[in-house]
Design a protein around this ligand. Structure first.
Ligand SMILES: [Zn+2]
Length: 313
């Protein structure tokens, strides 16, 4: 794999250039991101849990997210662990105190859409409505602007990039370079990222989730089920290796992944149950191990990191 080119190569005429020597001279950055949704809202269980039944399901996302927030308070030593929480509008509207709590603790609040609909299943009008309503929901709760968005299941497509800019988002975090998951979208016009940030032709920034690059191939390493599957020592080594190459590691997690007591969806297929329930009981300890072993890393929110990178442009 070639080394990431400076950010300015993506669109030099609009934003000028970054210092060529910036990469490698700064401490690596760990972007911890959390997709805030509940156990009954995941794609793996959608065939067995219809949308109109969500309101009658046991809501566990508040307790799980608070547990995660409390854990983050104790990690990182003298380096505060700040994360970006991409939260569903459906959850935020029912749990505004949770949104305010994330913000009060110094984390970034961003949008995961409103109803967890995959991008390809929405018309332009529906998608724009989802993007606007989810952002407004969060902004009404917090009284300040929301800048970022992550599509459910990384279901990015070029249309999404256009609509995000039109709906006045600053950045997207929906691109996952691993090609082995059919739900993940694709975006052929992705320019090379510089320290985890790529400037797209319409002025939107993309902050792609990290993966491991081995012999030119992308190995899924960004988080989620793969994080729960891979042994912790190996996983941490992979994170450090990728961050040494890119200057950043962009990680993702869900609150339901630290909840072994969640209701079981017994009708689901064996593969989906394997993916969803694997090692839930060990996930928080594994996250603790990882964050405790990132010596020399800086923890940043997506917006802070984006500002840091673009300020030098
Ligand atoms: Zn999601």
């Amino acid at each position: 794999m070639h080394r990431a080119e400076p950010l300015a190569r993506a669109d030099e005429h609009q934003h000028g250039g970054l210092a060529q020597d910036a990469v490698g001279q700064e401490p690596p950055v760990f972007l911890l991101t959390v997709d805030v949704e509940d156990w009954f809202q995941v794609e793996n269980f959608k065939p067995w849990i219809p949308f109109d039944s969500w309101g009658s399901r046991e809501l566990r996302v508040v307790d799980n997210t608070l547990r995660l927030l409390d854990s983050l308070e104790t990690l990182g030593g003298d380096r505060p662990v700040r994360a970006t929480f991409f939260i569903l509008g459906w959850v935020a509207a029912r749990c505004p105190e949770l949104v305010r709590e994330m913000d009060a603790r110094g984390h970034e609040v961003a949008s995961h859409g409103y109803n967890h609909r995959l991008v390809p299943t929405c018309s332009d009008t529906e998608l724009a409505e989802d993007l606007v309503s989810s952002r407004h929901c969060l902004e009404d709760i917090l009284g300040k602007p929301v800048a970022g968005y992550r599509a459910p299941s990384f279901s990015i497509e070029p249309r999404l990039i256009r609509l995000l800019a039109e709906c006045e988002y600053r950045y997207d975090a929906s691109y996952n370079s691993f090609s082995g998951n059919a739900r993940y979208g694709s975006f052929d016009d992705m320019p090379p990222a510089d320290r985890g940030v790529a400037l797209l032709s319409n002025g939107l920034y993309e902050l792609p989730v990290s993966n491991l690059t081995v012999a030119g191939r992308k190995v899924p390493w960004g988080g989620g089920g793969f994080f729960r599957l891979i042994p912790k020592h190996l996983y941490a080594a992979g994170v450090k290796s990728e961050a040494a190459r890119d200057g950043v590691f962009h990680f993702y997690l869900h609150p339901w992944e630290i909840d072994p007591g969640q209701p079981r969806v017994r009708q689901a297929s064996a593969m989906f149950k394997f993916r969803h329930y694997l090692n839930l009981g060990h996930c928080l300890a594994k996250l603790t191990y990882l964050l405790d072993h990132l010596d020399g890393f800086v923890f940043s929110t997506c917006s802070e990191h984006l500002s840091h990178v673009t300020e030098k442009a």
